[in-house]
Design a protein around this ligand. Structure first.
Ligand code: AMP
Length: 398
């Protein structure tokens, strides 16, 4: 069955068409600037020319129509008609405590996703727009919601509670949820497969280091802790997000700089992280690594600080699981950046990791980078959230 995987943002819609039997990617694309001037659809399929359509898309429904047209196009497409799409799998960011696994979408699921919007005001409403646009243009095609938070729902209470008045948890369900769950699930499973082992026999720490970054502890197949919290702002230092900090800094800066809470949120989400720490140099690790290699001290300090925080989380999770067998790096930075991996790995020696430096330089490939006799296995496992969404969609539909 062909599964259309959709990741919908407020003005964008990313898609992949995946054949669930062979798990082959048939086509993929991106509709951008939906509802704003300069809308464009970029579509590609293996062995075919790339299609770029610069046409107005007044809303997501028009975008979905154009995606279907591209997929069924005689020249650029990969299927003959809409009837060859068996199901749609949607990435939904926040499933709250309600959803600990993927579900088939119906009216009550839509109402629940809507109700959870207060926990993810930037994401859940956009995800719902995508769900509604698909329902409108693909009537009768089953749709499944796959939640970013679901994999982390196995965390014990001691890992997800904050040291705040308990009434906030009772009133608002204020707690750690974690994100990137689909990626942590995929990478931990794939790491075990590559090692020829069952995930249920391993203690794995997954380092999802992308523009947004999170770490999780996967103990015998179950997530027991993760670094993102109520929102994706907590945890590691990221591209432009601060990650962990003293909460008193919030009001301190508001007062000193005359910022509103809204403006301060912008600072923490868009102007902080490695971008802020490097004095505005870049949020892209390629630029930071180049600058550091050329002797830029701020860039070197930024990368050292970033790596130190990653290492501290790894240490904490090794303690939480009372041991660790595998560390798996994934996402844009985890899969590609020698500058970051070579700064994190020396810390792992204490846990018994012996790493081959030459292997750390290879980019974007599944690979074991620790030496054969190493007590701790260190690996690179490129993530594939879309494939995981397609698999879970199939599982839900039986
Ligand atoms: P993601 O959010 O997973 O797409 O990751 C995006 C980030 O990965 C970018 O901001 C870059 O900093 C980083 N990245 C991508 N390719 C490379 C590379 N070849 N070397 C270093 N960093 C990279």
């Amino acid at each position: 069955m062909n599964i259309l995987v959709i990741n919908c943002g407020s003005s964008s819609l990313k898609y992949q068409l995946i054949d669930s039997a062979s798990e082959k990617l048939l086509a993929k694309g991106l509709a951008e600037r939906i509802g704003i001037e300069g809308s464009v659809l970029t579509h590609s399929a293996e062995g075919k020319e790339k299609l770029v359509r610069q046409e107005p898309m007044k809303d997501h429904s028009v975008a979905v129509k154009m995606v279907i047209e591209a997929l069924t196009d005689k020249e650029y497409g990969v299927i003959n008609s809409l009837s060859e799409i068996g199901a749609v799998g949607h990435r939904v960011v926040h499933g709250g405590e309600k959803f600990d696994r993927a579900v088939k979408i119906d009216d009550s699921v839509i109402a629940d996703i809507e109700a959870l919007s207060s926990l993810a005001p930037l994401h859940n409403p956009a995800n719902l727009i995508g769900i509604r646009a698909c329902a409108e243009n693909m009537p009768g095609v089953p749709q499944v919601a796959v939640f970013d938070t679901a994999f982390h729902q196995t965390m014990p209470k001691k890992a997800y509670m904050y040291g705040l008045p308990y009434e906030y948890y009772e009133k608002y369900r204020l707690r750690r949820y974690g994100f990137h769950g689909t990626s942590h699930d995929y990478v931990s499973k794939r790491a075990a497969e590559i090692l020829g082992k069952d995930r249920k026999d391993l203690k794995i720490i997954v380092c999802h280091l992308g523009n947004g970054a999170s770490i999780s502890a996967v103990d015998h197949g179950r997530c027991v802790d993760t670094s993102m919290g109520l929102t994706p702002l907590e945890g590691l230092i990221m591209g432009t997000r601060s990650g962990d900090m003293d909460p008193a800094i919030f009001s301190f800066i508001c007062e000193k700089e005359g910022l509103t809470p809204e403006q301060m949120n912008q600072v923490l989400n868009k102007k902080s992280g490695v971008l802020g720490l490097s004095g505005g140099l870049s949020s892209d690790f390629r630029d930071l690594c180049d600058a550091a290699d050329n002797g830029n001290e701020l860039a070197q300090m930024t990368l050292d600080t970033y790596a130190y925080h990653v290492a501290k989380y790894i240490g904490g999770y090794a303690m939480a699981m009372q041991g660790v067998d595998v560390i798996a790096f994934t996402a844009g930075i985890g899969e590609n950046s020698y500058g970051v991996r070579s700064r994190v790995c020396p810390y792992l020696a204490w846990l018994g990791a012996e790493v081959e430096d030459e292997k750390l330089k290879i980019r974007g490939e599944e690979m074991i980078v620790s030496k054969p006799g190493s007590r701790l296995t260190v690996m690179i496992v490129p993530t594939n959230e879309e494939l995981m969404i397609a698999r879970q969609t199939m599982e839900v539909l039986g």
